[in-house]
Design a protein around this ligand. Structure first.
Ligand SMILES: [Zn+2]
Length: 128
């Protein structure tokens, strides 16, 4: 069956993309954690010695950390989605909308391989 063969090939390509994406995200998380642990060291040192002398430095450091925390949250979210998609591939339920069970549009999968909702359900979820 040519169609089944194509589906398997496509799925294999998607899986490869998801695995690469997971690796990239894990690396990014790792980098952020390294940065934030350095920032914590910095803050501790600042409190002891030069807190009043460098309020601007501290403010920008805090801002950087907040940005990192937000970024970390985003990456973690995406990583969860990528992992869920990989599980679905193994279970054979990949590409099916979580909400209405229709097959998710191929171009949507192409653009967002970790999508778990079809475009209609996604739009509804976002209140459009
Ligand atoms: Zn749907």
């Amino acid at each position: 069956m040519a169609t089944a063969q194509n589906a398997t090939t496509r799925l294999r390509a998607v899986k490869k993309r998801l695995l690469a994406e997971r690796e990239r995200l894990e690396q990014e998380l790792h980098d952020i954690m390294e940065r934030t642990s350095h920032a914590a060291d910095f803050e501790m040192a600042t409190e002891i010695s030069t807190y009043d002398d460098h309020p601007a430095d501290l403010a920008s450091e805090t801002f950087e950390r907040e940005k990192d925390l937000a970024l970390e949250g985003n990456i973690q979210d995406l990583l969860d989605k990528v992992n869920t998609a990989l599980e679905k591939i193994d279970e054979g339920t990949y590409g099916i909308c979580d909400s209405c069970s229709v097959e998710i549009n191929a171009s949507r999968i192409e653009a967002l391989p970790w999508a778990s909702l079809c475009l209609n359900c996604q739009d509804r979820l976002e209140g459009r």
